[in-house]
Design a protein around this ligand. Structure first.
Ligand code: AMP
Ligand code: MG
Length: 412
């Protein structure tokens, strides 16, 4: 039996980012860049007006005031998207719209509110500094500049930057394809009536959802019955994917064939059993460099093991550098007994106090009771050596539900 720390370290040593794939920008939100992106152009691509107004020579209007306006002859109207046809000479101006190309000769834009146009002349009633209301060619991005680095998790502003330099496709790390194999004679499909002794194969759904949340593609496989032959055949199919998850069949029951099937297929077993609760029977192996997670069958054990170990592994494979759920320090809100000798992950609700968070158990902590995991926002980490989490003490909690941090109050 190994410690939770050693189990996690063992797993993360074996996984690395997947190769890149070129995808459309429209698909790229949340994906991780697998290249440094150099800009092939300048942004803005030309010097332009930041206001609707008049493009002028600053020398002409520098002394303009409301009671001493300067009169300039209007040459043309320059729309956004058009190319100016006139050069702004002494005592002339061109009317210009926001985003339109600054005409040659002009060095300043006077906003329309500070002018009055009449009979082909514009009266400028305010001056302002030279260069006012002008956006210079390349002031945002220079040609050749690295705009985004490898490892960047792409957000909306990044997607816009990429678009603005003409990159409709980007190289991102592939997302891991994760086979989900459920073992057990008792399992029935979700939409079938239950025969005596049967339960729904809920783990396949739980894990498919968790794989999606963790940035992978779930590939659910058919249920494997509890024979060595069927388990081995199913596993053989599963190991064609980037990652394999199986649930059930890793304990010491008479019909637990996962470990034997692993051995027959030559899956190198790196550990079996972790000093934790829930999820003690977790096993982990490698086949041709591909990780295999033998998750316990109990629904809570399976999902908690996924969160603790598979989640960071999938994120690393998808190129992420930040791998783990956020953690917060919490005050224990009531005495919570725990198993001495095992690190225990206690399903808890978090409540805000004036100074921080308080954790309360969500009830029955049995590894079959999924509703108490559904009710919890966090897993409070009970250290192995402790036999109780004492009310009022401080410990670390893994925050599973980041909705916890989303605001309910007006921010301003
Ligand atoms: P096992 O690890 O195979 O001994 O299973 C432990 C417990 O988890 C048993 O009560 C199983 O019925 C239950 N279980 C196993 N696989 C699943 C599954 N795919 N979905 C829901 N419960 C399961
Ligand atoms: Mg079983």
């Amino acid at each position: 039996m190994i410690s939770v720390h050693d189990a996690l370290a063992t797993i993360l040593e074996t996984v690395s980012p997947l190769a890149g794939e070129r995808i459309s920008l429209l698909e790229a939100t949340g994906r991780v860049l697998a290249e440094d992106v150099h800009s092939g152009r300048e942004v803005p691509p030309f010097t332009n007006s930041a206001m609707d107004g008049y493009a002028v020579r600053h020398d002409d209007i520098q002394h303009a005031q409301t009671d001493q306006p300067v009169s300039l002859a209007v040459l043309e109207v320059i729309q956004a998207g058009a190319v100016p046809t006139c050069t702004v000479e002494q005592k002339t101006a061109s009317k210009i719209m926001t985003g339109a190309v600054l005409p040659p000769g002009a060095d300043t834009v006077i906003k329309v509110e500070d002018t009055e146009e009449r009979d082909g002349q514009v009266l400028v009633k305010q001056s302002g500094p030279r260069g006012n209301n002008i956006r210079l060619n390349g002031e945002d991005i220079q040609r050749g500049q690295v705009i985004l680095k490898q490892g960047r998790v792409l957000r909306s502003a990044d997607i816009g930057l990429l678009a603005s330099v003409g990159r409709g496709f980007v190289l991102v790390h592939q997302r891991p394809r994760v086979a989900i194999l459920s073992t057990g004679n008792e399992l029935a499909e979700v939409d079938m009536p239950l025969q005596p002794g049967q339960i729904v194969n809920s783990n396949a759904y739980t894990l498919a959802a968790a794989v999606r949340e963790a940035c992978g593609y779930p590939v659910p496989l058919a249920i494997a019955r509890d024979t060595l032959k069927e388990t081995r055949t199913a596993l053989e199919e599963a190991v064609r994917h980037d990652v394999v998850l199986s649930t059930g069949g890793v304990s010491v029951g008479d019909f637990d064939f996962v470990k034997a099937a692993m051995d027959e297929l030559g899956i190198q077993r790196l550990f079996w059993k972790v000093a934790q609760k829930p999820g003690k029977p977790l096993t982990f192996g490698l086949l041709r460099g591909r990780p295999y997670f033998g998750l316990p069958g109990n629904p809570v054990s399976a999902l908690v093991c996924f969160y603790l170990y598979t989640w960071p592994a999938l994120r690393r494979m998808a190129g992420h550098r930040k791998l783990f759920f956020p953690i917060v320090q919490v005050t224990i809100g009531e005495d919570i007994p725990k198993a001495r000798g095992l690190t225990e992950f206690v399903r808890c609700r978090l409540t805000h106090t004036g100074t921080g968070y308080e954790a309360h158990s969500t009830g029955n902590q049995s590894s079959g009771v999924l509703s108490s995991l559904s009710l919890s926002e966090s897993l409070v980490i009970g250290p192995a050596e402790a036999a109780i989490l004492k009310k009022g003490t401080t410990t670390t909690a893994i925050v599973l539900d980041s909705e916890e941090f989303i605001g309910t109050d007006f921010p301003f």
